[in-house]
Design a protein around this ligand. Structure first.
Ligand code: E4P
Length: 221
């Protein structure tokens, strides 16, 4: 499973790109709103930081034709290449837009997925990635992990090329479980990424090693 950062916060992204093997960034209108800056300011910053890693940008139009125009506008205005993915919600218009956007040579990430069937339809409509919302499912007493597992299984069974990009996490355990389900990717907040990569026992062990090494490691480097 590869890791993506589910944030548009430039300080968080700078930190992550410095040490975490992040393969890309995902945004949605809620994430953008948290930054209190318009897209015209955020986009150039994101594009520069992300480099050749993946950048998933959510379309906000509700009609398929407008989604297509929006997807093309981002590509052209910010000179985006193959690492750019237009995030399209799996509404009726969204499903209609997916093949239209793919036809223009733009990658598609189907988002706001809550069932295995929504994911399968999106995969058939040509989506490169499908993004099931794990925590939002868990929060309504449904089963986010199970839905991710079913999508992974189905895509494998039917020999589809679509990848599963699990999204919406509030705990490290949810991330652990989707990776055990074989999700190809997960997009995760800065806070949860920090929690999952660290452990107090690791810090303690390193402290002990440093103490034990005192005066013994005399080789210059
Ligand atoms: C992915 O890009 C999704 O939009 C995001 O992970 C949703 O997360 P939330 O349920 O924490 O808002």
């Amino acid at each position: 499973m590869i890791y993506l950062a589910d944030t548009a916060n430039i300080d968080e992204l700078k930190q992550l790109f410095n040490y975490f093997p992040i393969e890309g960034v995902t945004t949605n209108p809620t994430i953008i709103a948290m930054e209190k800056k318009p897209m015209s300011v955020i986009m150039p910053e994101l594009v520069e930081l992300v480099g050749d890693k993946m950048l998933h940008v959510q379309m906000i139009s509700s009609k398929a034709e407008d989604m297509l125009r929006e997807a093309i506008a981002y590509k052209e205005k910010f000179a985006l290449g193959d690492n750019y993915f237009a995030k399209i919600p799996v509404t009726m218009e969204g499903y209609k837009a997916m093949p239209m956007i793919k036809k223009q040579g733009i990658n598609v990430t189907a988002t706001a997925i809550f069932t295995q069937q929504q994911a399968l339809v999106a995969a058939r409509a040509g989506a490169d990635w499908v993004a099931p919302y794990v925590n939002r499912l868990d929060n309504i007493s449904s089963h986010g992990i199970e839905v991710v597992g079913n999508i992974v299984e189905n895509i494998k069974q039917f020999g589809l090329k679509t990848g599963v990009l699990a999204a919406s996490f509030k705990t490290v355990d949810q991330v652990h479980r989707v990776s055990m389900m074989g999700s190809q990717a997960a997009t995760i907040s800065f806070e949860i990424l920090e929690r999952l990569r660290s452990h107090p026992m690791t810090d303690m062990s390193v402290e002990w090693f440093e103490k034990d090494a005192e005066g013994l490691y005399d080789i210059d480097f």
